[in-house]
Design a protein. Sequence first.
Length: 268
Amino acid sequence: MASYAITGASKGIGLEYVRQLAANKDNTVLAIVRNPESRAISELATNHPNVHAIKGDVTDPKSILGAAEAAAVITGGKLDVFIHNSNAVDTASIGLSPSQIPFDGEATRKIFEPSLSTGIYGALWATNAFLPLIEKGIQKKIVHISSAMADTNLINKSGVSYAVAYAVSKAGMNVQVAKYAAELAPKGIKVLALSPGWVDTWDSGEKPAAVVQANELMLSQFQAVQPGLKGQIQPDESVRKGIQVIENLNTESSGLLLSQNGNQTSWF
């Protein structure tokens, strides 16, 4: 029997983690979401008695601390695995390269704020809120969902110059993971940055032409790194592989950024 808490669990990869982990009735799965009444997560909680939807916003320290307190009541004050999946981007500026960032302090902060609030500040607050539960757990694992888009070798080989704030946030996340791993190793806690792969999380019907065009560009760039790449993977494949990587997390891999394939070479 294992217990899991997943932030950003209302859609996409986070929701898929809840779905797959809940399939094992011996697991206790805590879905940390801003709105526990949202359709997808409320349906999962209704159909799976081992799923508990808990209100929590990682960008609000008091809110996420309250979520951890609510989780402790359910689990008896302990937790095996904490997965920080929350993520946000400023979609209007995602296509900008660094030299295109405006000479405007307010505009620049607006571009970076969503990614930093979820990937850096939110990751710290959420991890620290759930840390006392992890310390009392059996597996003692903390996982931050990161991205290979923060890998400098991939950036240089692929020529991907856009998604600046997203990549910078994930790079900072990877450093924070290493710092946590160094700090918490004496307590037997393992910490990992996990890249989910290039995942198709579009759930709003037919993709607009601009999205299709952007994906085609990314595919051609990613193929420079991984020539056999055919396209995006689905959330179920990403999470199935990610769960295996989490299960294999040990002291040797703690502090690293790994792909959903469990390595640092096959990112897609």
